[in-house]
Ligand binder design. Structure first.
Ligand SMILES: [Zn+2]
Length: 298
C-alpha cells in the first residue's frame, strides 16, 4: 500500500442515508406505486441492513429513502421515544444522515418512524408516518400459498378472513384480534396495519398524513394515502370497537401519571404486584404532566 495514500474522509463516510442512490430510488419508486394503489403490497428489493431483520429494517429503509437534511425525525417504539429499538434506530439515522434533526415532539416532526403505535397527537398533512411491519399479508392466517393470496387480493376476496372473524365471535362472543386488525383500504385491498392496537386503527381512516408501511424481511411496501378510507373488517351486527380501558365499575381508567382518560394505556405491574395503567405515548404523557404542573403552580 502506498504510504503516502491518505483516506479522503468523504470517501470513507457513509452515503447520506446509508443506502446507495440506486437503492433509494428503487424504494421511492415502490413508495409511489404503493400510494397509487392504496393498500397494495408493492414488492421491492429489500436491502441488507446492519441490524437483524425483524428490528424494523423495512421501516428504516423507507425512512432512509425519504429523509432529507431539512427533516425533523421522531422515532418511537410502542409509543416510547426511549426504548432500545427506538434509540438504536435513531442513532443509526443520526450517524448516516448528518444534519437531520431528531425530536420527541410529535407536532414538530416531519417524518415519524414507529413500531406498534400511532402517536396520540393528531398528525397533519405535512407529516409522513412510517410503520414497521413484521407480516404484511393479513391473508397469511387463512391461506399459505402466496400465489393464491395474490389472486384473492386481486379479486377482493376476503370471505375466509371474515369467516375467521365469525368463528371468533362464535367461540368468544367477540372479535379477539388485539393487534394487526385487518383493515380495508379504499374499498378494496385489506391490509395488515402492523401490530398497532385496535385503538389506533380508526386513525388510519382519512388521515391527513401519508402513512407508509414497510416489511423488510417480506420485501413489501404499502401505503394508506392521505384522506383515504380505512375501514376495519367487521359485521353489521358486531361492529368494530376499540379497547375501552374500563374498570370493574365501567369507569374509564385514567393514566396513573398524567390522569388522561383519552389515550391508549399500557398495563404493567408495580413493585407490590398491583396493576398500573399508564399512557403508552411517552411524549404525550410527559407533555400533559408538564402542563398539569404548570396549571397547578398558577
Ligand atoms: Zn399519561
Amino acid at each position: 500500500m502506498n504510504p503516502n495514500y491518505e483516506l479522503d474522509p468523504d470517501e470513507v463516510a457513509y452515503n447520506f442515508g446509508f443506502l446507495d442512490e440506486f437503492a433509494k430510488r428503487e424504494v421511492r419508486r415502490a413508495i409511489l406505486k404503493a400510494i397509487a394503489i392504496p393498500g397494495y403490497q408493492t414488492p421491492y428489493a429489500s436491502r441488507e441492513m446492519p441490524m437483524g431483520r425483524g428490528f424494523g429494517t423495512g421501516g428504516l429503509q423507507l425512512t432512509l429513502a425519504l429523509v432529507g437534511p431539512d427533516d425533523r425525525l421522531k422515532v418511537i417504539d410502542q409509543g416510547s421515544d426511549d426504548s432500545v429499538n427506538a434509540v438504536n434506530l435513531r442513532r443509526f439515522i443520526e450517524l448516516t444522515c448528518p444534519g437531520v434533526d431528531t425530536t420527541e415532539a410529535t407536532r414538530e416532526a416531519t417524518l415519524i418512524q414507529s413500531r406498534h403505535r400511532i402517536p396520540e397527537h393528531p398528525l397533519g398533512e405535512d407529516q409522513v408516518l412510517v410503520l414497521q411491519v413484521p407480516y404484511p399479508d393479513p391473508l397469511v392466517l387463512v391461506e399459505p400459498s402466496e400465489r393464491k393470496r395474490k389472486a384473492m387480493h386481486g379479486e377482493g376476496d376476503y370471505s375466509r378472513l371474515l369467516t375467521r372473524l365469525y368463528e371468533d365471535i362464535v367461540q368468544f362472543e367477540e372479535i379477539t384480534i388485539a393487534h394487526r386488525y385487518p383493515t380495508r383500504i379504499a374499498a378494496h385491498y385489506v391490509i395488515d396495519p402492523s401490530p398497532i392496537p385496535r385503538y389506533d386503527v380508526p386513525r388510519l381512516h382519512h388521515s391527513p398524513a401519508l402513512i407508509l408501511l414497510g416489511a423488510g424481511r417480506e420485501r413489501k411496501i404499502y401505503a394508506v394515502p392521505p384522506y383515504t378510507d380505512a375501514v376495519p373488517l367487521a359485521f353489521d351486527d358486531v361492529p368494530f370497537r376499540v379497547e375501552a380501558f374500563l374498570d370493574p365499575d365501567g369507569v374509564r381508567r385514567p393514566c396513573a401519571r398524567c390522569g388522561a382518560t383519552d389515550t391508549y394505556l399500557d398495563e404493567f405491574l408495580d413493585a407490590a404486584g398491583a396493576k398500573v395503567y399508564q399512557c403508552s405515548d411517552s411524549h404525550c404523557c410527559n407533555e400533559r404532566c408538564l402542563s398539569g404542573q404548570q396549571e397547578g403552580a398558577r
